[in-house]
Design a binder for this molecule. Structure first.
Ligand code: DAH
Length: 334
């Protein structure tokens, strides 16, 4: 029969080694379980004489109490240790949840659409795979025009190509035969350009077309001025520089005064005070005739604006390729 002090000593030693709830429970079973060391001592009581039994019984009860008491004590110690572990630091700032946003080019396109819609324009679309007829011929682009060149245009075959501009949407809409027409057509266009800070083989334009009785160049000027004042701010001025486009006559390039410096010259306008925005003009009578519209009755203006160009100016982005790399560090800024 082991000495009761030895058992207590053994228990206390093992208790010190216990560092988690599982080990503590294992210890409890080893001493107080059905086959536990203390339980086995109780079973020996029957073998003692009636005279010896009460004293040994009292001893064992004491032993059992000490074991139980030791286990509860250690249990509380373990619990306290766990509670004081810094599992949650309430002073840390919360984690921001990420909310998605529209791509900067989409944001610009949406603003452009909103402004023109409010001026009575419809929003149209056309196919990105076009025919030579819609992309060039119907737009009065001569056979010799460099824009038709294989080097500038992605051709699928002799007939089909990726549209190089949104202007063919003018033809699709006029072919419906419903006049007047007052529409914009935003969309992707493609050119066989090597990517550099100002070129990318795909980009976006917004085409504009207004055909009605008695439309004049003054209407074009007034509409674009109103548009740019809404877009860049009420101080904005515009100017027209004579140019050539096959489908408009006369044609002009449109500049807007710099929204940043107001015309004094700064980084955004490259110290000219003006920002090139796009092309425009009065629809060439040959284009109207080609879709069965009588140019003696109907006249119209057209314009084409670049979305990337507008976004780069407005956001101060100096490399068009950034819009297509989808680097989140770039996109999160808009
Ligand atoms: N399609 C022309 C381009 O891509 C832009 C343009 C110029 C569109 C004049 C027009 C316009 O509608 O009238 O360079």
């Amino acid at each position: 029969m082991p000495d009761q002090n030895d058992l207590i000593q053994q228990f206390e030693n093992e208790l010190k080694e216990v560092n988690d709830a599982q080990a503590l429970d294992d210890l409890r079973v080893r001493f107080l379980g059905k086959k536990g060391l203390v339980t086995q001592e109780f079973k020996q009581l029957g073998k003692l004489s009636p005279r010896e039994r009460p004293a040994r019984g009292a001893e064992l009860n004491l032993l059992k109490e000490r074991v139980q008491e030791g286990i509860s004590r250690r249990q509380i110690q373990l619990q306290n240790a766990q509670l004081s572990q810094p599992t949650l630091d309430r002073t840390l700032p919360g984690r921001r949840s990420q909310v998605g946003k529209l791509h900067p080019l989409v944001q610009i396109e949406e603003r452009v659409k909103d402004i023109f819609r409010s001026m009575g324009f419809t929003v149209e679309t056309g196919p990105e795979i076009e025919t030579v007829y819609y992309n060039f011929t119907a737009l009065n682009t001569p056979e010799w025009h460099p824009a038709r060149d294989d080097a500038d245009t992605f051709y699928f075959d002799d007939e089909k190509l990726l549209r190089t501009e949104t202007s063919p949407v003018q033809i699709h809409v006029l072919e419906r035969g419903k006049l007047p027409v007052r529409m914009i057509a935003p969309g992707r266009v493609y050119r066989n350009d090597k990517p550099d800070p100002t070129h990318f083989p795909v980009f976006h334009q917004v085409e504009g077309l207004y055909v009605d009785k008695g439309v004049t160049f003054a209407d074009l000027k007034g509409t674009l001025l109103a548009f740019y004042r809404r877009f860049f701010g009420p101080e904005t001025e515009i100017r027209f520089r004579p140019h050539y486009f096959p489908f408009t006559e006369p044609s002009a390039e449109v500049d807007a005064s710099c929204y940043l410096c107001g015309g004094d010259g700064c980084r955004v306008c490259k110290h000219t005070g003006w920002i090139e925005m796009g092309g425009s003009g009065m629809v060439d009578p040959k284009v109207l005739e080609g879709v069965g519209v009588d140019p003696e009755v109907w006249t119209g203006y057209a314009f084409g604006l670049g979305i990337e160009r507008t976004a780069m100016v407005w956001y101060g982005v100096d490399d068009i390729r950034l819009f297509y790399e989808n680097d989140l560090r770039f996109l999160r800024q808009f």
